[in-house]
Design a binder for this molecule. Sequence first.
Ligand SMILES: *Cc1c(COP(=O)(O)O)cnc(C)c1O
Length: 833
Amino acid sequence: MNRVKYFIDNIASIIKGKWLVQHDNALIEQLLIDSRKLIFPQTSLFFALKGPRRDGHSFITQLYEKGVRNFVVSDTVDLSVLADANIIQVEDPLQALQNLVAWHRKQFNLPVIGITGSNGKTIVKEWLNQLLDDRFTIIRSPKSYNSQIGVPLSVWPLNEQHELAIFEAGISQPGEMEQLQKIIQPTIGIFTNVGEAHSEGFVNVRQKVNEKLQLFKHVQTLIYCQDDPEINSGVAALWQQLPNNKRFEIFSWSMVSEAVLHIRQVYKEENRTTITATYQQLEIGITIPFTDNASVENAIHCWCVLLHLQVPQEEITKQMQQLGPVAMRLELKKGLNNCSLINDSYSSDLSSFTIALDFLSQQQQHGKRTVILSDILQSGRSEKDLYAEVARLLQQRQVNRLIGIGERISHHQSIFQSAGIPDLAFYSSVDAFIKELHHIPFKDEVILLKGARIFELEQVDRLLQQKVHQTLLEIDLTAVAHNLKQFQQRLQPSTRIMAMVKAFSYGSGSYEIANALQFHRVDYLAVAYADEGVELRKAGINLPIMVMNPEESTFDVLVQYNLEPDLYAPGIFALFEDFVKKQGIQQFPVHIELETGMNRLGFSRAELPVVINSLRTPLFKVQSVFTHLASSEDRQQDAYTNQQGALYMQMVEQLQLVLSYPFIRHVVNTAGIIRHPQWHLDMVRLGIGLYGGDSFGEGGLDLREVSTLKSTIAQIKELKEGETVSYGRRGLVTRDTRIATVRIGYADGYPRRLGNGAGKMLVNGHLAPVIGTVCMDMTMIDITDISHVQEGDEVIIFGTDLPVKQVAHWAQTIPYELLATVSQRVKRVYFEE
Ligand SMILES: *Cc1c(COP(=O)(O)O)cnc(C)c1O
């Protein structure tokens, strides 16, 4: 079948650009906006977008060197170094990208479902895909790609073979939806709901509803729940505004009143929910394997779509029973034999495969990369093309080994052979693979597990994991990136960021976090001790790293691993000076810490002349000069903080007089970034803000919790009034009580202080108080008032729904201590959403 093809000539006219240079009429297949995601240089068109901190134009030369020849720019560029390129100039490259994809969308005539709303977009999209994928060849947004950039990238792969499209749209500001409407051009709309989340850009809920409704201006059918008065009146108003012949059909549902689908009963059992409704005067029903309210709402939205598409009710009933959970995350965890394991075994389309490969190639900690991949189902193109593309991707990402699972991928193994992937193995089924698993060597490598849900690769995931006990610290790398961005937006573009990754990144991990930070382009890392830096270097981190506490015994590794010491006092300064002199080293990068009032480390004003004299020699290259604030979070101490800043500036001036070159000046930590913009200077040192969800009350930063500490229930007991729980018999039972023993204790970092009712844990969404003293490996909680709790159930110690700040408050400490003391025996699992 003919695919719509684009040559750079057509594109220039579609986006109404001006040629700066035209070299040839290149075929364009990929749209590129992030230089790190380059895979196919020859056929990629790069759009130089401008963000608040980064300007795509600054990556043009680098991309050119990698073979990219097609660019859309807004600024003038130095053409002399871009000899044989095609360069189109437009006013706004983002708009050009959007216009191009809107044009592309117009070439196709198929049902397109557009989903917006505050919550549930991605689940509804993924469920619709599960429910409809044996009826249609579907294209859908990968993950939750729903932004001004994500939407065009989702729609671009649309082609003739697709029979149904499902795209989600999310907005954070007024005015954005109109653009997304043009790109998606939905024919069927779903408005999931509206919540208070992400309201920053909007005056009120009404405005947010109206803005979201812009997506549905030209739909033929709109599906929504009429029980929310804001949505209901918003929809009515939009419908009224439209001319008679352009009005959409309303497919509403309601729990309380007449609607197209009138829900009569929602009946929850242990692990399923039955929903009955009236539709076209008939009683119909579905049963889903979930019991939470959000799932019920999401399932009803899907039900409406299926009814609208006239899927027979028997078929709907059957499919709904089989709905599976949507894992929207890529998990990274420790595997057997020092492997790292990435689990993405819930979908197998090409775009999510590309995203998973990106994540794989961020992992620098092992030399070798293995991909375990199932058949890819329903791609909308011929299998030959499909697997040739997969082979190209694997080759491009330097994957060393492919293990293909399934009849289809095995059938096409010759494609992978001719692509030159070094190590290949194929199995007709997961069972066949599992039978052989213990003969297959896995050691010191990153393994990506990727497959369609029906292959149930979870079994493989379980077999390849390192076996550790069931207490887990989950770290959300997307939240780290999100938090980093919140801070970046607060800074001048020229202000650099040093990310503090001391003490295992405040307990959340070492190279896993550093890798993510390196990927998101922080400028510097800082660790407390040399060995922490060595570990990062061994894992392939090449950012500059400052070591805050260099010890004499570690000088040789500092030099060997190119770690930059903080010289904070005359003693350590002289020792290190001596060391580099003996080694015959010159210009070694160092940092100078100044004492201005924290009274911890740093040269005092009186000691400064000592350094100044020695810095005249060429032994050292001073990378930065810094000081640390004692009370940046405290309004009462602002005068003291400013006094520290002023003293720092005076001392810096003295250093500037002797050093003939510029150095980086930095003062503030997290709270300082938020509260003292006047002291941002050349760089900031960002710590807790990356990891915690503490917004420090002021400044309104929207930070996310990064870590979730969770465990499981080992046993449940029924106790009678008068009995006692745990050591010292401190937990006296004053009524008949149900007790759950949780697999976490003070050896895991759960403070003993939280015993006897001081602390609480979350079980099934409810708080359960700790009863009795906390033991070394176990803690008991009172679950009398919580229903449906079973042995083996999950217990949340802290996380999004129980912020670490709250738990720290109960333990009379601060989030820093709680995070940093989660013990190393607690397994860390990393994920990206
Ligand atoms: C730990 C540390 C920071 C980071 O502090 P946060 O409050 O976590 O942002 C900054 N500077 C120095 C010198 C530190 O030791």
